[in-house]
Design a protein around this ligand. Sequence first.
Ligand SMILES: [Zn+2]
Length: 498
Amino acid sequence: MAHETLHTVKQADLLVGNEYAYPTYKPYDDAPVAARVRVVSVDGRGKVTVQVVDPGAKPPKNAWGARLVKRNEQQQVATRDIACPWEEWAERAASIGAELKTRVAKQRSWFDELEQSRADRVIVDAGRVLPEEYDDEFTRADTEERGTLTTAYIKARGLGEFVTLDELRPLLVDLPVPVLRDILASDTRRQSGTPGTVASVFIRSAELLEVARIASMDRHRNAGTEIPQPGDLLGEHEVAFVNTILEGITASGGELLLPPVPTLPDWVDEDMRTIASLFGWLRVAVADTSGEMLHSPGCTVVRSRPVLLVDHVPWWLVMLESPRRLCSKCDGPAVRDLVPMAGFVAAVDVWHARGCDRIEQWQQAAFQRLIAATMTARTQALEPDITLAWRITATLAEDPPGHDGWAAYALMTVTAWNRLDEAIDRLTPVQQEAARVLARERLTTLEAALPSSQRLLPLPRAVDIQVLRERYRDLKRRHENTVPQLDRLLFTLPGADS
Ligand SMILES: [Zn+2]
């Protein structure tokens, strides 16, 4: 129905002595109010003089645009302000009123729905079915909502007065508000939740946020947080998810460059090498310790600063370590950037729960944020894309000596005490010469990876074994802390118990 206008009477239609409706007030949500007036004279130039027969209902006080009229008073009014003959007014006013009421009701329900959906964005509900979509138009203007979720976090985890809102704020960033809301609906004590609900989807990310919270606290309050290793979190789902993102980017003509990871030698576990190609750049935090063993900053065996304050290295570097150097209690260095990791794991778990179909913007962002966190961590440590350790590893992994490495290793490291002389005695002169040639070749390869300022004079082809040993000891002394297991990188040592 088209909105009726009140201005329909032409001056020519007005008759002196007849009665008309003269609207005095038009509410936005109800029927207009009119005075009953009688035309006294038609004055020309769009004016008539009327006498008020009945002023009608009184407009509310201070009503906007209301006209004041008194009974029996005469007024000159504009013809266009007269609505219609009085006998038509009741019906006309009722129809306008009905239309306005419908319109206002519609607006109200629209506002109610909006209010409802806004409120719903921060209502934690474990029984909520996983939403079809998390990307939404409110994603930016949500500081207040994140504040509400901070309070919800305390309730969901039963933290009471043990935390301040300031401690929680860094956890509830970057992800869309509804995703964080649903992470809070998951139980961190490994209760699985009803299948299909958010409580069942976000278990890992809920746990990680809690770990992040505890691991960032002072050591004395942080007794024994089990900070996960990247290997505990990253497997075939995560690889498939990242490959889908990379393929999507490639399909649209772009390319996402991952931080570089060197090819690792064959003696590193094959599954590890596979995952290293996609995730080897991830930062792991190494606990403060003066001992030989490597620990996670949450390990109960050491006294360490919080996870974000300790040293960190790329994961691939730890993959090269001998398992004997990794603490058996904590399994060694652990995930550093726990909050971005929680977001990434949330993205993967939602993707998987939805049957690995399309990837939303926030999900791709969660992966890129992991890269960004790595870049930030590296920036703080002034670490370049390619380090010397990277170069030495990549160079020595390229053409490893395989089984022949043992003899070359024995030739370089033999002493009166380590019984390697027996191994050397078993070699024929031809085998000894081959071992000498191989040792020279490997040391030359290692030196080629060094910056020119650190290179010594090239070793002559016929270099004497004693000279070679001195060179080996010198290189070992200077670089054994640069890369783990330098001997193994140099000489492979197949069958050596790692
Ligand atoms: Zn430990």
